[in-house]
Design a protein around this ligand. Structure first.
Ligand code: NAD
Length: 264
């Protein structure tokens, strides 16, 4: 078969010799906080930053790292219960210089009751405002090329209505807007603010759905890429947005869902 004369002879390479597809980020010498970094998507994000050389502090609800059977290697730990304003203050006072804040922690909450609605909005939205605000001075001291970064992990529930997730959906939609407001407010201080909207990813939060054959198939069938996502695929998007490769991106919402949302 004729070949364009400008092509090099990659066809002769063994597949294993091809290095295409892998992106190596470098966050050496930089400090990253990942909320809810002890499991699920947060664990993958924390592990990704640690593997890229960052000094990573993960937060969780338990008193100490030793209280977790699995913990991201090489990371520090701080208790941060998002509903407790004092925990946010404690972290902010001790944080020092910070380069990346990943607001990952969150949860769907329960039934349709006024209490559950308030709790879901408090955990998924209010805490993100308070923590970002409290850490903005620390982020303003960043030495990350392209500026410090705040990455908010929202959800595709920001895009759809659901009769099951009133507070969660409202909070995640508001996170998209909060991302825009913080983008404008923090840009003069050299801080970029973006959001990631994950699609369906098996984690402790969603395992019950992922393991239900009917739900699992429904998601696969409705997703152009034909499968559920992996926590590491959300982490890759977060690392990209925090990296200097994204230094002219702020106020953006990056949907990472295999195309699910555009079929809706
Ligand atoms: P997960 O339940 O495995 O992890 C959630 C983390 O948030 C845990 O570490 C948990 O301790 C922490 N958290 C929850 N409530 C907290 C509180 N009150 N105080 C402090 N920490 C708290 O779930 P996940 O799937 O890894 O979720 C991570 C993020 O991704 C969440 O914001 C979630 O809304 C979002 N998300 C997940 C999916 C998915 O399919 N898994 C889809 C869209 C968005």
């Amino acid at each position: 078969m004729a070949t364009l004369s400008g092509w090099h002879k990659v066809d002769s390479l063994m597949v294993s010799e091809s290095v295409c597809g892998a992106v190596d980020f470098c966050f050496a010498g930089l400090r990253v906080v990942v909320t809810g970094g002890t499991r699920g998507i947060g664990l993958a994000i924390a592990s990704g930053f640690a593997a890229a050389g960052a000094e990573v502090l993960v937060t969780g609800t338990r008193p100490a790292a030793a209280d977790y059977a699995v913990f991201p290697a090489g990371c520090g730990y701080q208790q941060l219960r998002l509903g407790e304003r004092a925990d946010i203050t404690t972290l902010a006072v001790a944080a020092g210089r910070l380069d990346v804040l990943v607001n990952n922690a969150g949860g769907t909450g329960g039934a349709r009751t006024p209490h559950d609605f308030d709790t879901a909005v408090n955990i998924n939205l209010n805490s993100v405002f308070h923590l970002t605000d409290a850490l903005s001075d620390s982020l303003a001291g960043s030495r990350l090329r392209g500026g410090a970064s705040v990455i908010n992990v929202a959800s595709e529930m920001a895009l759809f209505g659901s009769p099951h997730f009133y507070g969660y959906g409202a909070a995640k939609a508001a996170i998209v807007q909060l991302t825009r407001s913080f983008c404008v407010a923090l840009a003069p201080r050299g801080i970029r603010v973006n959001a990631v909207l994950p699609g369906s990813v098996p984690t402790p939060m969603t395992n019950a759905y992922a393991e239900d054959p009917a739900v699992h198939k429904m998601v696969c069938d409705a997703t152009p890429l034909g499968r559920w996502g992996e926590p590491e695929e959300i982490a890759d998007a977060v690392l990209f947005l925090a990296s200097p490769a994204a230094r002219f991106i702020s106020g953006h919402t990056l949907v990472v869902d295999g195309g699910y949302s555009i079929t809706k």
